[in-house]
Design a protein around this ligand. Structure first.
Ligand code: SF4
Length: 370
């Protein structure tokens, strides 16, 4: 059951969202128990592999180059430093690593080749690998799939009606196309939204309806509360009430019983009791680590304590789907072959020069003259 057949119209969804809170949580908890182990919560880590300097204008995002925030931009991390961070995240209990690059879209260049190598390496560590790299075409999606990518994240953020109030540099349709390209390549889809951007409850429902209309709705649906960052157009938005997060998590759980609902950004504004209600209502994952791309997040130790108090257990990787197999990437293999050939040529040339009696030039210094 990808979508709960009991809810089909916008009116039904609105009625559900507005139900007395504890009734809503009870219904969500009942469904959650039919499809998931309610004690299991996946710890995921989010790593910003390329920070800032993005050409898009998403109104909530400090990584957009056009907004003046305190964010320090960084170019793409090296493959080795990503492996080190992934290993740390794994040691701290994360079974999934989401790598985010602040790009409008993926380009077929050396940076993308490096991302392919990162995906291969993290998949080989036995972690679920997710990437969020902006828009991508079918060929790029296929390269990611073959590298061992488990999920591609591309959020719709909000309803089609409210979308234009937040983003103007790309269309809702563009986002749907990217999701479709990931799906065609056989990658699972992670896509969700942000609440607290000034949208109406109807827009939250509109977001869920967009997923309901997909042939295959996302396997993973992150629910974020806006973290209003100074310098972005949404800097003055008041934080949403914790109850709104609980309602959104519960409604999403009821509509998409099989999906993993991820309690994502905004947890620093929630107390443990509110988070507990979210787990009760079907949240099956949190992001661990003190940073969520660029915004604050509770640290590992706080979360470990919360897991202990609530009796939650950390979910192992690949419990919902098999680990993808990493297939060597033709482009990278070809590049390595060319590099190796160049190296051999260089060594041959050196050897020949010596055999022909070449002597390195003697460097004359003031000392050697005297
Ligand atoms: S959300 Fe992504 S696409 Fe939008 S500005 Fe931020 S980094 Fe760029």
């Amino acid at each position: 059951m990808k979508v709960n057949p009991a809810y089909q119209t916008k009116e039904q969804l609105l009625e559900l969202y507005n139900k007395p809170l504890l009734e809503l949580v009870f219904e969500a908890a009942t469904i959650h128990r039919q499809f998931h182990n309610p004690r299991e919560v996946q710890m995921s880590s989010l790593l910003s592999i390329k920070t800032g300097g993005c050409s898009e204008d998403c109104g909530y995002c400090p990584q957009a180059a056009r907004y003046h925030t305190d964010l320090e931009a960084h170019k793409l991390m090296t493959v080795d430093s990503v492996i080190e961070q992934a290993q740390n995240a794994k040691t701290n209990g994360s079974s999934r690593l989401c790598m985010g690059a602040a790009w409008r879209e993926v380009r077929d260049n050396k940076d993308f080749d490096n991302v392919i190598e990162m995906v291969q390496a993290v998949n080989n560590l036995g972690m679920e690998v997710c990437c969020t790299l902006g828009m991508l075409n079918e060929d790029q999606a296929l390269r990611l799939k073959n590298a061992g990518l488990f999920a591609y994240n591309h959020n719709l953020d909000t309803s089609p009606e409210f979308y234009g109030d937040v983003i103007s540099t790309r269309e809702y349709e563009d986002r749907l196309n990217t999701i479709e390209n990931a799906r065609k390549a056989g990658i699972t889809v992670c896509s969700g939204g942000i609440i607290g951007m000034g949208e109406a409850v109807e827009d939250r429902i509109g977001l869920l309806m967009s997923y309901m209309q997909m042939e295959t709705p996302p396997e993973s649906i992150p629910i974020n509360a806006l973290v209003a960052v100074e310098g972005t157009p949404l800097e003055d938005q008041k934080p949403i009430e914790q109850w709104e997060m609980i309602r959104m998590v519960a409604t999403t759980r009821i509509i998409f019983p099989e999906a993993i609902v991820r309690l994502s950004a905004g947890r620093t504004k929630m107390n443990m009791e509110a988070q507990a209600l979210c787990f009760m209502a079907g949240a099956g994952s949190i992001f661990a680590g003190d940073k969520l791309l660029t915004t604050p997040n509770p640290d590992f130790n706080e979360d470990k304590e919360m897991f202990e108090i609530l009796g939650l257990i950390s979910k192992e990787p690949f419990k919902d789907a098999e680990q993808p197999v990493t297939i060597p990437d033709a482009k990278i293999e070809e590049r390595k072959k060319q590099e190796a050939a160049r190296q051999t040529e260089l060594e041959e040339a050196k050897k020949n020069a010596f055999e022909a009696g070449f002597q390195p030039r003697k460097i004359v210094t003031a000392d050697s003259k005297s």
